[in-house]
Design a protein around this ligand. Sequence first.
Ligand SMILES: Nc1ncnc2c1ncn2[C@@H]1O[C@H](COP(=O)(O)OP(=O)(O)OP(=O)(O)O)[C@@H](O)[C@H]1O
Length: 406
Amino acid sequence: MLKIRKVVIGISGGVDSAVTALFLKHKGYNVEGVFMQNWDITDETGICKSDEDYKDASFLCTKLNIPLLRVNFVKQYWNEVFSDLIKEYETGHTPNPDVLCNRYVKFDAFYHHARETLNADAIATGHYARTSFGSYLEHYQPNKDVHLLKAVDKKKDQTLFLCQVNQRALRKTMFPLGSYVKADVKKIAVENGLEEIAKKKESMGICFIGTRNFPKFISEYVNNKPGNFIDIESGLIVGTHQGIHQWTIGQRANIEGLPMAYFTVKKDVKNNNIYVAQGTHHSSLYTDLLYTSKPHWIHSRPTELQNGNILECEFKFQHIEEFIRCQLYESNEALVVLLEKTRRAITPGQFAVFYKDDECLGSAKIVQGGPSLQTLNSGKNESNAWRYKEQLFSKYNIECNEKKDW
Ligand SMILES: Nc1ncnc2c1ncn2[C@@H]1O[C@H](COP(=O)(O)OP(=O)(O)OP(=O)(O)O)[C@@H](O)[C@H]1O
């Protein structure tokens, strides 16, 4: 058993960290709050959202009689998260800064600050996730790795955003909300006099952007470079765009003067062109194969892969989407992921996240989607996996001891 006296919690000013703090107080720990300042630029309305959130965090901590520190992680956020985001947009990818913020800021800079500067025995956040060590580290084992598990509230589950966190920080992290559903958390907040915080609008997506216009915001950091929209079927130019960074795969491309809806299929970074297709379910938007960079495993490289076998698990790359069964193959240090059924808009730069039952095994950045249904000339929305599985083995030099059917 881990002896825990002091717990440092990340207080955001929102309802989830508020109720987490309340639970920790009720448990009798010596609780201290840290408000992380990750971004210090005001938006076009002149409002710094961070100042407003800090006010809510202060109100909460005064009410719960918890000391609150405002810690500046702007440098870490800029160097590890934002500069990567810019690089990704410049290369035509669509990054996920929330995953990197968890990896580098909350579960690295904040973790080390809490442990080394504030002498915390453990950290806590209001994430909806669970670990094998329990909500309050009651099952902590010094010689065992911790596993990351889905939250009880499957709609709110945030393991996808925690898919890159390191073992060291996760071992000493409490997620007290992992076994609660959001509706109950709000109710608990109201019952404890925190109506105002419970009523606050949920923070969505990229923390620092707030309500700004995204293309306008990103164009302040990535140079616009006009190029063409090209119809993937006819090869004809159907419009112009201001920069590939302003568009993401699967997004509706608003092409002036055209009555029909076109959707972004792929980007030709070299020539600065964006390929588009008519209709949100065009076959060029679907594939059942993808390639990733080197994976990050939450505890250890799965034994199937260590033994040169296929790992069968489940795949997801966006929060609001269903899990799809998949087979993972190692190719050099990267992964080839074969899905049981096709997925729309596989997006380079996003993280492919892998699950087995309730466990989040880890993740890898998507480098490229495989050939689309259109390329494979099928036009039907059904799996083509077997058609090119053999090609895959030779093309990617996959040395695999087994070849499995679904
Ligand atoms: N600026 C911040 N300072 C300190 N901790 C933070 C900050 N932002 C987020 N956190 C921590 O990370 C957790 C998850 O944050 P996220 O924004 O992803 O979710 P959320 O559901 O909006 O959380 P909350 O309701 O607490 O704002 C928070 O509950 C909190 O513990």
